[in-house]
Design a binder for this molecule. Structure first.
Ligand SMILES: Cc1ncc(COP(=O)(O)O)c(C=O)c1O
Length: 424
């Protein structure tokens, strides 16, 4: 981020949003031309773009620091280990000041949920137990529970959604009951944009003796998240959706729970002592990080966190409230377009799914791409939700810090042009 912009944000604490057009200068890919047009990148819910600082951090690691970690005694090994562990400390601080022992690096949210299902789930879910999810889960927080429930003869239940795309909590006191062993819920839906009342749900789950896992893949990049305040038992997210590199994810877990869990992947680094007869495990968090981890990408993720902190997560949330409000206004004005998910920008994030009465989402996406706009069309890894919405796919425009009102205007104008094109 340019120092001008940083001081502008720092000196005016009342100013809650920021000038995205200045932030755009930090993202080299945004200079790309797509089909002869300026790239308008609106596929941030799938993966965000990376600022120059993160790209440089990656480059710099390989040029100055590259070595394996936690095992060598030479200077580079120590430098690389320190850089990797510094990121762990940063992540622990970023999500509310937890202990480094509670931060496990994984390859992404998907691996984080799989780790919990295979380790904690395998040990703690039994016949007749219940796992409660919602109808709006991404497959990453759904498939592991479907298979675990099948394997253990447990019951997988879902909190339904209302027609406006929020959770229908009418029967929540029946859905969470003494048989519930785990509540696994998304913090923010990647399709509907809905922000769920997870603090209340976590409290209710705990009252019934259940543990909680929160899929924060769409929340941590876009708003302040304090896992201690939420009192979540497990919380998962991915670096690549928050300006960091691909291939890095986080599993936060409460120490007392992680300590009792068996390791998920077995090999080097996760052990304390090994013989042909017996293996003892390393301390947290290393017990869950077998083998050589994704060192360079973790180190560059540290820089992404600093970049986000310099803008301020509260400012980012406020920016996205503003941009969602404007995008919803502009898209709902267009005849034939329906937004899937809440229309109230204060209870949702900036992932905005829409359908067109006449045009298939894939055609919408292809047309927008011909004008330089990148959106996502499809089932968004949420096939059961598509069934609930009685559709097979949606088009989704998802915004981030570098998107501004001009991007929304261009999207809305191009959607109108698309409708004229397809409807003749
Ligand atoms: C809500 C949600 N959960 C989980 C995931 C999976 O994240 P990853 O592919 O980084 O593992 C995604 C990715 O789109 C998501 O949106």
């Amino acid at each position: 981020m340019t120092s001008d912009l940083k001081s502008e944000i720092m000196t005016d604490s009342k100013k809650l949003s920021f000038d995205s057009s200045k932030i755009q200068d930090d993202f080299p890919i945004l200079e790309t031309k797509i089909n002869g047009h300026r790239l308008v990148y609106l596929d941030n819910a799938a993966s965000s773009q990376k600022p120059e600082a993160v790209i440089n951090a990656l480059d710099n690691f390989y040029k100055t620091t590259n070595s394996n970690i936690h095992r060598g005694l030479h200077t580079l090994a120590e430098k690389a280990t320190n850089a990797y562990e510094h990121c762990r400390e940063h992540v622990a601080k970023f999500i509310g000041g937890v202990s480094c022992e509670e931060i496990i690096f994984t390859s992404g949210t998907t691996e984080s949920t799989n780790l919990v299902a295979n380790s904690w789930g395998n040990e703690n879910i039994g016949e007749g137990d219940e796992i409660l999810i919602t109808e709006m889960e991404h497959h990453a927080n759904l498939v592991p529970w479907v298979l675990l429930a099948q394997k253990k003869n447990a019951l997988l239940r879902q909190i339904p959604i209302t027609t406006d795309g929020t959770l229908d909590l009418t029967d929540i006191n029946k859905l969470i009951n003494e048989k519930t062993k785990l509540l696994a819920v998304t913090h923010m839906s990647n399709v509907l944009g809905t922000i769920n009342p997870i603090k209340e749900l976590i409290e209710l789950a705990h009252k019934n003796g259940a543990l909680t896992l929160i899929d924060g893949a769409q929340a941590v990049p876009h708003m302040p998240v304090d896992v201690k305040d939420l009192n979540a038992d497990f919380y998962c997210f991915s670096s690549h959706k928050m300006l960091g590199p691909t291939g890095v994810g986080v599993l936060y877990g409460k120490k007392e729970i992680l300590e009792k869990m068996p390791p998920y992947i077995l090999g080097g680094e996760m052990i304390r002592e090994v013989s042909f007869e017996k293996v003892t495990f390393n301390d947290l968090p290393h017990k869950f990080e077998a083998g050589t981890p994704n060192i360079a990408d973790v180190v560059a993720f540290d820089t992404a966190l600093t970049y986000l902190e310099n803008i301020g997560m509260e400012n980012i949330r406020n920016h996205e409230i503003e941009i969602s409000k404007y995008a919803i206004e502009k898209l709902t004005e267009i005849e034939g377009i329906t937004i899937q998910g809440p229309l109230d920008e204060t209870i949702r994030g900036a992932a905005i799914s829409f359908t067109d009465r006449d045009v298939h989402p894939h055609d919408i996406s292809t047309f927008l791409d011909s004008r330089g706009i990148a959106i996502r069309a499809g089932h968004h890894c949420a096939q059961p939700l598509m069934k609930v919405l009685k559709t097979v796919a949606t088009a989704r425009a998802s915004f981030y810090i570098y998107n501004d009102r001009a991007d929304v205007d261009y999207l809305a104008e191009t959607v109108k042009e698309m409708r004229r094109y397809f409807r003749g």
